[in-house]
Write a protein that binds this ligand. Structure first.
Ligand code: ATP
Length: 422
């Protein structure tokens, strides 16, 4: 059976690929089978039996806890480790115990340093924007650093007091407004962590012929962490992708040394030559601009916390969490877990109403990652067709003009009907 391998940075993909999957809790039991049926049909239609997915169930979350007493059994981690790719439905956050979040635990164990979120609009889906067709972005969110490192101390504890003492008496800090009642958090941002994220974003932009990569940061306030991310990002671009990219830092240098006209000329030449433009923007301005001029952005590289806010805003611009896919990837080892980005939706679990699109579009990302573009395209065009005719699950259909509600199973049954042989 088909195990993916990685050789010299290139994935080696057999014709039958074993994919470990976690069904997930809540609506997971409804959306996972729906998703698998559609993927099987698309792969069959695209390759006429020459290629297929061999689904291999592994357990995590409530289902695993009830069966084994373990929220994240070692065999599950082992399977993801061994087979490189995997897909998962939503998981319940464990109550008590050592694990804060199963999603975070999986990312840390496999060092999945990129959280990848493509954001595009499907014709027919309701959006708060005047022209959502202009939204087509791919977010590369750093997944291992920043305040998500979980290094913080609660106000009033001995640790907080010791840190306060250190800051005031050894580091000369005088700007803590209410020292005795302050909690403290540490925000680690490294050169390596920033560089590998930005490197992946630029490589993706080159591979998929995107016009620009935008580094989104708050370096005007956090000069060494968020500002460091920007500087290290530009360094990677200029050192490792020379000749293939043009950075707005070099634009600024040319403008200073040779004048604005020369800089504008160099930029125009770079665009004509098909180079990827590397630019940066402050996070708050970015959030505003994405609403006003979404066409200015294609690939976005950002830190962990910014990425969290950005992903949700952009998802809302194109139809919300029911339709937003995601993946966590380590491009060096090849490990990648594709996932529904929403939670377990306990309010609708078991009612056959859940939208499987988030998971299904994540499966599309997985097919693209495997290089099975033909099967991926069959699914997206079937979804385009369905949404354009106003047929969707309740979460989307109720906001559509003349929307027609489909249950989870009806939606999943309809897609294979639409999927055409290429
Ligand atoms: P959890 O505790 O697992 O995070 P939650 O209810 O707090 O669950 P979500 O599961 O993300 O958070 O759900 C937020 C809202 O979005 C809920 O009203 C839910 O019904 C809705 N929702 C989430 N996923 C879907 C889906 N796939 N299809 C339709 N509605 C969904």
């Amino acid at each position: 059976m088909g195990k993916l391998t990685i050789q010299k940075g290139m994935l080696q993909v057999p014709d039958v690929v074993t994919v470990p999957f976690i069904t997930g809790d809540g609506v997971g039991g409804e959306i996972m089978p729906a998703c698998q049926a559609v993927v099987n049909e698309a792969v069959q239609k695209a390759y006429q039996g020459k290629r297929s997915v061999d689904w291999h169930e592994v357990y995590a979350g409530e289902k695993a806890f009830n069966q084994t007493g373990d929220w994240l059994p070692e065999e599950t981690l082992q399977a993801f480790h061994e087979y490189l790719v995997g897909i998962k439905g939503p998981l319940t956050t464990p109550v008590g115990g050592g694990i804060r979040s199963l999603n975070v635990a999986l990312r840390q164990k496999l060092d999945l340093y990129v959280c990848l979120r493509p954001v595009r609009w499907f014709r027919g889906v309701a959006s708060p924007l005047k022209d959502p067709s202009k939204v087509n972005m791919t977010i590369f969110r750093e997944n291992t650093e920043d305040i998500y490192a979980g290094i913080e101390w609660k106000a009033g504890t001995g640790e907080a007091e010791r840190l306060l003492h250190f800051l005031q008496h050894e580091m000369g800090v005088t700007s803590i407004r209410f020292p005795q009642t302050s909690s403290f958090g540490i925000k680690p941002v490294s050169m390596e962590g920033s560089a590998r994220l930005v490197r992946a974003a630029i490589q993706y932009a080159l591979d998929t012929r995107q016009p620009h990569v935008t580094l989104v940061h708050k370096g005007n306030i956090m000069k060494f962490t968020e500002g460091g991310f920007k500087e290290w990002g530009y360094q990677v671009a200029e050192k490792e992708f020379a000749g293939r990219v043009f950075t707005m830092q070099s634009y600024a240098r040319i403008a200073q040394e040779e004048g604005k006209e020369q800089a504008a000329k160099a930029l125009a030449e770079a665009i004509t030559a098909g180079k990827v433009i590397i630019k940066d923007v402050i996070a708050d301005a970015f959030l505003q601009n994405t609403l006003l001029r979404p066409e200015d952005y294609s690939v976005v590289a950002t830190l962990n916390l910014n990425g969290d806010y950005i992903s949700d805003q952009l998802a809302a611009m194109v139809g919300g969490i029911g339709i937003s896919p995601g993946a966590n990837i380590n491009y060096l080892t090849g490990h990648a877990i594709f996932e529904a980005t929403h939670g377990t939706a306990p309010d609708i679990a078991g009612t056959n109403q859940a939208n499987p699109s988030s998971l299904l579009l994540s499966a599309v990302m997985m097919l693209e990652y495997l290089g099975w573009q033909e099967a991926a395209r069959l699914i997206t065009s079937a979804m385009e067709c369905c949404f354009a005719s106003g047929r969707a699950t309740a979460d989307l259909a109720r906001l559509m003009e003349n929307g027609q509600h489909l249950s989870t199973t009806a939606f999943a049954d309809e897609l294979p009907e639409i999927i055409k042989t290429p």
